[in-house]
Design a protein around this ligand. Structure first.
Ligand code: KG4
Ligand code: ZN
Length: 365
């Protein structure tokens, strides 16, 4: 096996078109040579959510431009690459298909090997890209589309401890923001409002804390937000600035409490396996939330595990994580051919039953 690998990664499973080049010499730290992310936020803004057909068409238009830019930024030609990695699921089928077809075309034209990557594997292996974490580590994937606790034992071996049975937390942030007339994406808007709010004024539930295990639920929080808002509007005719801030603070505190308690349980189960260098990592857009991040850090500290939160551009959707997962899988002997198909639903852990929830992507993974 070649000691240094240079991988092109493509990502198009939701509303970001991305391409990146990552290089890794065995024994050294991986190097992100380029990472291009073309968001589609403006295309979907007026619809209040991602429109799959619009997303797919935009991916088709942007993918080759992103590849060109990623190669140029990395100072590479296609001939400098060792292989091409592409998100083959889970996600919106049109977008995933666009990426897989683009990667197949590049592979056919260059003769380079093709590797289909599970998008969730990309997120789950990111702490190795950023912090060279040793296996096994615990990761919490927490975004607008995902929420699950996973023990990462190897680049192709995952054990899910639990996850959301309905909405993803980012989705609950986004829907709550919409209910309060705040901007999208809702997470940052709710966090900003919460800073000047009283988290104790409204009693938000802590769903599933009374149930054993690491499964989570967030759709009840969104309903609680709707009820609380409607009550105030019925009584006072509208929401004041303070009402909005207090609602955001109460909602955010509930999400943080639930994530912290379930993380405590997941960490305990992971620590039972006596890992030699225990580590708890977090990935996904919701990890940008300062209160949530601080509470997760506390949980890791209590358990004596290192806490790893990759920088935000690598927590949210990007192609560097796909290129990196491609390198890890390539080294583990994985190769695909032109029969590679797009899998809109593709669980991280094929040995376990599919999860009930999956968030806005309908990933159900
Ligand atoms: O990982 P990501 O970019 O894409 C998905 O895979 O969904 O995550 C986006 C999600 C959105 O729902 C957004 O509202 C949420 O992450 N988010 C936040 C914050 N920043 C982004 N949620 C809470 N607090 C934040 N500061
Ligand atoms: Zn993602």
């Amino acid at each position: 096996m070649k000691r240094t690998l240079t991988m092109l990664g493509l990502e198009s499973s939701c509303d970001d078109t991305a391409a990146a080049v990552v290089r890794h010499g065995e024994g050294g730290s991986p190097e992100i040579l380029s990472s291009i992310v073309a968001g589609q936020g403006d295309l979907h803004a007026e619809f209040g959510g991602v429109v799959p057909e619009i997303a797919a068409r935009a991916h088709v238009e942007k993918l080759d431009l992103c590849v060109e830019a990623a190669l140029a930024d990395a100072g590479c030609e296609l001939t400098d690459l060792d292989a091409i990695a592409v998100t083959a699921g889970p996600g919106l089928i049109g977008g995933v298909l666009a990426g897989v077809m683009c990667a197949k075309g590049l592979s056919a034209g260059t003769g380079l090997p093709l590797i289909g990557v599970n998008h969730l594997v990309g997120h789950a292996l990111t702490p190795r890209l950023t912090d060279c974490l040793a296996f096994p580590y615990l990761v919490l994937l927490v975004s607008g589309g995902h929420c699950q606790f996973v023990i990462v034992r190897a680049a192709d071996e995952f054990h899910r401890l639990g996850g959301t049975i309905d909405d993803a937390p980012g989705e609950a942030f986004d829907k709550s923001a919409r209910l309060l007339g705040l901007t999208q994406p809702g997470g940052p808007a709710v966090e900003a409002e919460a800073l000047r709010g009283d988290p104790d004024r409204f009693a938000f539930p802590r769903p599933l804390l009374d149930r054993e295990g690491c499964d989570l639920s967030f759709s009840g929080l969104k309903t609680a937000m709707l009820r609380a808002r409607d009550d105030i509007v019925a009584r006072n005719g509208g929401l004041s600035h303070q009402d909005r801030a207090d609602l955001c603070a109460g909602f955010q505190a509930a999400v943080a409490d639930v994530l912290a308690e379930k993380s405590r349980r997941a960490l305990a189960r992971y620590l039972d396996e006596r890992p030699s260098t225990p580590a708890f990592a977090v990935a996904g857009g919701v990890a940008a939330n300062a209160q949530i991040r601080a509470m997760l850090q506390e949980v890791a500290d209590e358990g004596g595990a290192a806490f790893v939160a990759p920088p935000l551009p690598l927590c949210t959707d990007n192609a560097a994580m796909i290129a990196w997962a491609g390198i890890e899988l390539f080294r583990a002997g994985h190769r695909d051919d032109f029969t590679l198909s797009a899998r809109p639903r593709w669980p991280l852990d094929d040995t376990q039953p599919a999860m009930l929830g999956g968030g806005k992507r309908g990933a159900k993974a």
